[in-house]
Design a protein around this ligand. Sequence first.
Ligand SMILES: NC(=O)c1ccc[n+]([C@@H]2O[C@H](COP(=O)([O-])OP(=O)(O)OC[C@H]3O[C@@H](n4cnc5c(N)ncnc54)[C@H](O)[C@@H]3O)[C@@H](O)[C@H]2O)c1
Ligand SMILES: O=P(O)(O)OC[C@@H](O)[C@@H](O)[C@H](O)[C@H](O)CO
Length: 381
Amino acid sequence: MKALHFGAGNIGRGFIGLILSRAGYEVVFSDVNQTLVTALQQRGQYTVELANESKDQETVTGVNAIDGTQLETVAQTVVKADLITTAVGVGVLKHIAPGIAKGLEKRLNSGPAQNPLHIIACENAIGASTQLKEHVYALLNEEVRSLADQYVYFPDSAVDRIVPIQHHEDPLHVQVEPFYEWVVDRSQMAPAFKPVEGIVYVDDLEPYIERKLFTVNTGHCVAAYIGNVHGYDTIQKAIADEKVKSIVYGALQETGKVLVKRFAFNPEEHEQYIVKILGRFVNPYLTDEVTRVGRSPLRKLSPNDRLVRPALQAYADGSETTYLAMGMAAACKFDVSDDPEAVELQDMIRQKGIVAALHHYTSMDEHHPVLEQAVAQYNQM
Ligand SMILES: NC(=O)c1ccc[n+]([C@@H]2O[C@H](COP(=O)([O-])OP(=O)(O)OC[C@H]3O[C@@H](n4cnc5c(N)ncnc54)[C@H](O)[C@@H]3O)[C@@H](O)[C@H]2O)c1
Ligand SMILES: O=P(O)(O)OC[C@@H](O)[C@@H](O)[C@H](O)[C@H](O)CO
């Protein structure tokens, strides 16, 4: 069995590649980073280390790589794949769509016996596989699209494992937190799919992806942005400051209220979930930089992402949004010169002011009380 995985980065090697290899797949990574591609081609294996006291290590074998800039090579690999996964960043999905589309065209036109193919985007976003499907379908003609409707499935998924930026001599070695969870929407899959060991299949993904995105990722980005305002360079240092921790906790109480109401979660169990997530953030064996966790602030301030969506839901429910608004305000202070989205955000704030910038990126009305709350917080920071 062959899996094609787009993105040999931190989550690609440290989570998806590892799980697929353990489940018996020969994993071929497609990446545009030539250092990673060459090393994977030459060595056919890499090591994953757990961030725990004993630093448990596992060697992932039977892996290979292709150059993701070579459209024809990508398409040929799509033809032969039994499963396709991605972990490239939600904004990059449109860039991998042409190779997938070309490969599907070849694959679906190549004969009558078609095996169903699952394409799973493992990105931090609601409906990432569905977004990828839209990018791919936009490139297919009517005929191939109708074949794809019969043989190709794009189940959405939620992936959870903290994998920081790696600083090792070996470019393939990757250190990961011990915890992981990979949940896939079974209702969007072929009826007789073969389950992959390590993936949890559910009939309704919505509670899983929203709970994950609006707890792990909301808490994480609030820690990064508030931590950054207080001069901390890592999540671990930021959360060690009780002031920062209480703001993160406050934001998770706000999203928690929304989630408990929306999905009828048990409030005590959700509180335990919050406590567990905060425990993962302070893992002393990890060093996770605030610049990674806060990366791409425009994506994180967008209407469907981890700050604005739960805040608008909370506002609609008549509940508090103080800490989520504080997170948005601190996101607007995220001035990181090698993050293109942070640079764009700072330029916009300088040229148009904070109200116009927040309105533009969050799509909230300039007089929306949540936006006004964020602006007031921003002006005090
Ligand atoms: N790191 C985490 O803790 C974590 C956890 C859960 C989910 N995620 C999600 O996983 C995705 C990847 O995150 P990451 O931390 O691994 O980032 P990363 O930057 O380490 O990895 C992304 C990889 O994609 C590659 N890439 C970029 N353009 C490409 C293209 N056109 N074709 C093929 N490869 C391309 C990059 O070279 C890089 O190796 C993101 O959506 C992120 O939100 C990350
Ligand atoms: O990957 P992002 O930029 O969407 O978010 C940064 C982190 O919050 C994220 O990568 C977490 O580490 C991860 O989602 C944990 O499962």
